[in-house]
Design a protein around this ligand. Structure first.
Ligand code: FES
Length: 204
């Protein structure tokens, strides 16, 4: 009788002792149990990502050295035809589109800038980059004043791109671009950006 009642008590005591021992073991083992494994995996993943990021960046630069978020500039491109440019000297604004390429994709017809295109008093074609030389805002045509105006800091230019204020925020006049007429009426320009914030005209 006593054996029948004692045996389960002893078994329970043994079982409790074993559990406590196991818990002690688990507590000292970082990788034991689901939480331990999860913490370990998160740590390994973070370390792997930190290690891999600069390698991927270098690989990307190697595969697409020209991919900087903007298309290549500096080539002649057809932008308009002669009949699109008013005879009275009023400028038209023409967006410049180009294919943009990064390491993985090609994006056709992405905007990379714009130009003012007009006929001068001498009847020549004049192309100006619409990007303000100060900080790069887009200059607009103020038709009421027949001026070119930068809305960011109010730099003003005449229709030839020359600064109108002595203390203009812009360090230089608007940037003129090379123009050619080809094939009897196509207007081609060499589109280019120049360094911002400096008086000299330095191609980017
Ligand atoms: S960005 Fe044009 S005046 Fe400042």
């Amino acid at each position: 009788m006593s054996e029948q009642t004692n045996q389960p008590e002893n078994a329970a005591a043994f079982s409790l002792g074993e559990d406590a021992h196991r818990k002690e073991e688990l507590g000292s083992c970082m990788l034991c149990g689901r939480r331990g494994w999860l913490a370990a995996w998160v740590g390994w993943a973070a370390a792997f990502a930190a290690y891999l990021t600069p390698i991927l960046a270098a690989l990307r630069a190697f595969l697409a050295p020209g991919a900087k978020g903007s298309a290549q500039a500096g080539d002649f491109r057809r932008v308009a035809t002669l009949d699109m440019v008013p005879e009275n000297g009023t400028p038209i604004t023409v967006p410049i589109l180009a294919e943009r390429v990064d390491a993985w994709n090609r994006y056709p017809s992405q905007p990379i800038g714009g130009i003012f295109l007009r006929r001068t008093e001498e009847g020549k074609l004049l192309a100006l980059n619409v990007r303000c030389p100060h900080l790069g805002c887009t200059v607009i045509y103020d038709s009421a004043k027949r001026e070119l105006l930068c809305p960011c800091h109010n730099a003003r230019f005449n229709l030839d791109g020359e600064r109108l204020e002595v203390n203009s925020q812009s360090p230089r006049d608007l940037d003129p671009l090379e123009v050619e007429v080809r094939n009897g009426g196509e207007i081609w320009i060499r589109f280019q950006h120049f360094r911002l914030g400096v008086a000299e005209r330095v191609p980017e």
